[in-house]
Design a protein around this ligand. Structure first.
Ligand code: B12
Ligand code: SF4
Ligand code: SF4
Length: 310
């Protein structure tokens, strides 16, 4: 007879040992997670282009190798910023890469392994879930929303990566609560004021995602930035840190910066000229692969250009 309480306890103990945090939610809430997104679409609160682009990020009727999804495990892992350096015209141009951009796939694999080690010996299965993770994290009580629409986990601020896993493991444990904004936000609007594009609204909670710099600098590299973005607003190689840097809830993590890749002037020129990735020298490719930046290679030329003097 399998003792499910012992398995749940083992999950929480293992999280603590590793410095992670997590929660378990019943699989029955998947339709509510879907509704959390579609209701904003139905009310026309989501930009249509944004909605079309991102709906494929979610799988609300997942295909898994086991008969039933009984539980969702959501795990949060602390994440640093990385500093990339580009040599250009005898100057060093440092550019931050915000938390969660690097080593994403590696972390997902680690999370699958982490949970499998707990559940598999007891005969349960684990699969990667594509669900709206901030909503799930806040519903589960693992995180709270900031006014900037990013989630905050106690002790990690917003510098963490969320991973959700499905399982056929069944337990009475079901953490599900109302959406929650941090108390700190009640008396604060620093992020709203700092956002260079007005993406964080003053008249509603939901972000104007189509105005967020991240939406535009993650787009394929052949799509130029819209003219309404002030070039001075760009602040990262990819993504944007303005609303996280200014946030008092990030005081403890804001200086956590790890060294990222450093590109010689010759390499910077190749990147700016849009050289095909496969035609880059092997040393440059190794550097990009070593930092898990391959998926972002094609946005680098466009994203770098506002920072380099002509
Ligand atoms: C689409 C997407 C984007 C889009 C849109 C962002 C957005 N806010 O929706 C773009 C490209 C702009 C983007 C940007 C960023 N993203 Co993003 N993104 C996603 C993705 C794929 C889905 C997010 C989503 O569900 N959007 C749909 C909207 C409707 O959901 P929501 O934002 O949770 O909105 C809910 C609230 O508004 C709530 N609500 C409505 N009214 C009210 C009122 C109150 C009072 C309250 C409390 C709540 C509330 O209801 C909404 C829906 O349920 C997730 C990965 C995933 N699978 O979850 C990553 C993810 C959310 N992104 C992430 C990150 C890191 C970022 C950036 C910080 C990247 C950067 N710049 O460094 C920025 C942050 C921008 C911002 N201020 O939000 C992380 C979040 C980490 C964290 N700490 O929360 C995720 C989880 C990826 C990951 N695995 O690490 N992202
Ligand atoms: S800057 Fe202020 S309002 Fe914005 S998320 Fe942080 S605490 Fe909340
Ligand atoms: S990531 Fe940048 S552009 Fe997007 S909401 Fe935050 S400050 Fe605004």
């Amino acid at each position: 007879m399998i003792n499910t309480n012992k398995i749940v306890q083992n999950f929480y103990n293992s999280l603590e040992e590793k410095g992670y945090k997590g929660k378990i939610v019943s699989g029955k809430h998947i339709p509510a997670l879907r509704q959390g997104v579609t209701k904003h679409h139905d009310q026309k609160f989501l930009d249509p282009e944004f909605y079309e682009e991102y709906r494929s990020y979610f799988e609300f009727e997942p295909n898994v190798d086991f008969p039933e999804i009984n539980s969702l495990f959501i795990i949060s892992v602390p994440q640093p910023q990385f500093k990339a350096i580009f040599h250009w015209k005898n100057e060093m141009i440092p550019l931050l890469i915000p938390p969660t951009y690097l080593y994403g796939r590696k972390l997902i694999d680690q999370m699958i392994e982490f949970l499998s080690e707990i559940l598999k010996p007891n005969g349960y299965n684990v699969a990667y879930a594509m669900l709206p993770q901030k909503n799930l994290a806040v519903r589960s009580g693992l995180a709270e929303y900031g006014r900037n629409n990013i989630t905050y986990v106690s002790g990690m601020g917003s510098f963490h990566r969320l991973t959700t896993l499905y399982s056929d493991f069944s337990t009475d444990e079901d953490n599900w609560q109302e959406l929650q904004m941090m108390d700190l936000c009640m008396e604060c609007s620093a992020c709203t004021r700092k956002c260079p594009t007005g993406a964080i609204p003053t008249d509603r909670f939901l972000l104007h995602a189509e105005r967020c710099i991240t939406f535009h600098n993650e787009h394929p590299g052949d799509i130029p930035f819209p003219e309404w973005i002030d070039p001075k607003g760009h602040n990262c190689l990819v993504g944007c840190l303005h609303c996280q840097k200014v946030c008092p809830a990030n005081k403890k993590v804001i200086n956590w910066i790890e060294p990222g890749p450093e590109f010689t002037e010759e390499e910077t020129i190749m990147i700016l000229n849009g050289k095909n990735y496969d035609d880059l020298p092997i040393k440059t490719r190794e550097k990009i692969e070593g930092f898990d930046l391959v998926n972002y290679y094609e946005v680098l030329a466009r994203n770098l250009s506002p920072f380099l003097k002509k």
